[in-house]
Design a protein around this ligand. Sequence first.
Ligand code: ADP
Ligand code: MG
Length: 409
Amino acid sequence: MWRPACPEVPWDAMNKKTVRDVDVKGKTVLLRVDFNVPFEKGTTRISDDGRIRAGLPTIDYLRQQGAKVIVCSHLGRPRGKPVEELRMRPVAERLGELLGTPVAYVRECVGPEVVRHARQLEPGQVLVLENPRFYPEEEQNAPSFAKELASLAQVYVNDAFAAAHRAHASTEGVAHYLPAVAGLLMEKEVDVLGRVLEKPKRPLVAVLGGAKVSDKIAVLDHLLELVDAMLVGGGMAATFLVAQGRSVGSSLVEPERVALTAELARRARERGVELLLPRDVVVAERLEPGTRHCTVPVDGAIEDGWAIADIGPQTADQFAARIAQAGTVVWNGPLGVFEVPPFDQGTLAIARAMATCKGTTVVGGGSTAEAVESMGMADKMTHVSTGGGASLEFLEGKVLPGVAALLDK
Ligand code: ADP
Ligand code: MG
């Protein structure tokens, strides 16, 4: 067993008030969720209602407590004006089906019609507002708009972790005008991800992949200070390999990042962090289905015309062995072009290793969560973040405005 590079530090549990810390009986609650669901192309049929399901525990809790619940979520990118295909009606309908109770829907977020609907609510009833991004004031975080939203309710609950990295009126602004607390999903996300950064069970292992180093600089930089081992795959491994003097053929390399990756490697050595790069890779002529491919060691030169598409089986075994020994594993970024089999094998091997790891296993990032879900491995992890970009910013050590705005405990 190798020795962790970092000492244990005391864990400061989530220091924000949650829905359990406030009395909502008979009160009107403005609940911000992220129900930004995908639709089947060109229809209003929801293709994956996972985000709505993830919000149910908080809604159930509020209804059981006798709150009147006003649900607010953005949908897509209408850029400050109404877009018919991005109305919240289908989401309200699906929410009603999942709750087993009729859910009201109003085609606006503010104004007399909304006030009228809100006043009619009885304890336990749910009203869904229109997409707030139909109003330019939402993304501008205009105080007037936030205030008007706030005037509908007596308590604000934010359960939209996936939108918490945005300081918009419905995610941040409104918290200045109402008692503001976290919902149950928000609490879980901040608790699990926070524990990874602040009091992980060691050894703490980070697995990082994805397309480019430049997308992940801040994550690499922050995690390098915290982890005991860092396992790097994906497209960005090519830039690391070039920094080690290897030739990577036609792989995507970011020449302006080579010096930075060399610096990261130097810092890892200095801190006693084990930095593992691929020792073998799957290379392909194109990153497309049915293309010619083969597995090669990284110490022979990869020929021009061939690009790294995945980590190789030896690397997958080595990474899996490290994962098996970990107290905590945090994973962001697919290890290969998982959308194009057989270049999903490295990502699958990592998912399997995490599934059998006895430690805490946390998955962050939109594509990584998608990969784990499509492989049917999501329920084998301690936590798959619903956060997408927000989970990445959290792992970068950034303060998320939607979280910061909530009441301290
Ligand atoms: P996340 O959304 O989880 O943060 P990223 O968006 O950073 O993850 O990375 C996902 C993308 O990285 C995927 O589309 C995948 O195809 C791509 N990728 C992984 N490995 C490679 C590779 N070797 N070459 C090119 N792209 C890659
Ligand atoms: Mg992504």
